[in-house]
Design a protein around this ligand. Structure first.
Ligand code: SF4
Length: 333
């Protein structure tokens, strides 16, 4: 374990039950179990499309100034070639809808040949029968469908851009086809953002899907993300403590924008702070670069306020605070 990681765990996060095994470090922060891959990010999001067909409440897509793009096949191949040497969890989405990419199934095919674990998220608008079949044939390990409500009126308020009745029907159709085929993979979650607006519906939503979903599929609830303080706090269901901690994301996650630039966290949706460029560097070079070292050091020294975006961000708390990504289907069992 390098010095910065040791300092993060022991001093900055007060981690307990620290255990090293192979390329991983396992630990707990409070009662949350955590994991880091030594020397390489554990979670990598590759933005196959920065185009989106929705304008969701709380999503900064609407304010993005960087060009909308579909990731080029050659760049995707370069990234996937490097990732094939690691056991990271790779996701094929970030700020856009991946199913809009005209060659998404070629990208998925490449990923399926090379990666030990990869997944993708969709907002459900383009989930036609044909695409459902192709997703089920694709080799994806995980698939996520975002759905914040079963009430068409509320869904249209939270995720405008599609026909809410059609989206809800597409989600049902996905599971009908999957279960007719008797398939386990991709393990599929319905991703439910908890906002003030839908909080009263959460129990009903979970109970409804519990009757339909078969294990290992599940409903995944997660707290509203403010994208580095860009989005309003009025929808958030949690309160961030005044005293901040070092941001764990700097040790376990990267995002690669559709043009190949690498950013350190979800908050950098517009490429505000770029750590490197995968068109001319490897992810590993960027991950171990002086730029990253310096940013981590500032967090360790309690100087995150000196960093652009970090100074207004509360997303560090989502990683270690009491609100976590929760499996609602088993919670309501
Ligand atoms: S504090 Fe916020 S902006 Fe800074 S690295 Fe963490 S998530 Fe990103």
């Amino acid at each position: 374990m390098d010095q910065q990681l040791a300092r993060l765990l022991k001093n900055a996060l007060d981690a307990t039950e620290i255990r090293e095994a192979d390329d991983r470090v396992y630990f707990k922060v409070g009662d949350r179990e955590k994991e880091i891959q030594k020397d390489f990010p554990l979670v990598i999001q590759v933005e196959t499309s920065s185009y989106c067909n929705m304008i969701c409440l709380g999503c900064p897509q609407k304010d993005m100034r960087r060009p909308r793009l579909f990731m080029e096949l050659d760049l995707f191949k370069k990234i996937v070639d490097e990732l094939s040497n690691h056991k990271s969890r790779v996701w094929l989405h970030y700020m856009g809808e991946p199913l809009m990419h005209p060659r998404i199934f070629e990208l998925i095919e490449l990923a399926a040949k090379k990666l030990s674990y990869f997944g993708m998220s969709s907002n459900g608008i383009l989930l036609t029968r044909d695409r459902i079949e192709r997703i089920l044939d694709s080799g994806l390990h995980r698939f996520e469908i975002s759905l914040d409500s079963l009430d068409p009126g509320l869904l249209d308020q939270l995720r405008p851009g599609g026909n809410p009745e059609n989206i809800i029907e597409n989600v049902h159709e996905f599971f009908r086809v999957k279960y007719d085929r008797g398939q386990k993979y991709p393990i599929t979650s319905i991703n439910y953002r908890e906002l003030k607006e839908n909080l009263r519906e959460t129990g009903k939503f979970a109970a409804y899907w519990k009757k339909i979903l078969r294990e290992p599929d599940f409903v995944l609830a997660f707290p509203y993300e403010r994208f580095g303080g860009h989005e309003s706090a009025e929808h958030a269901t949690y309160t961030v403590p005044h005293e901040r901690r070092a941001c764990l994301k700097l040790w376990n996650k990267v995002l690669i924008l559709a043009d190949g630039r690498l950013v350190a966290c979800d908050a950098m949706f517009d490429g505000q702070v770029v750590m490197g460029d995968t068109r001319n560097s490897s992810i590993k070079e960027i991950w171990n670069s002086p730029t990253y070292h310096e940013m981590r050091q500032k967090h360790l020294e309690g100087r995150a306020d000196e960093l652009s975006i970090c100074n207004v961000c509360d997303s560090w708390y989502r990683e270690i605070g009491p609100k976590d990504f929760r499996n609602l289907t088993s919670e309501n069992a």
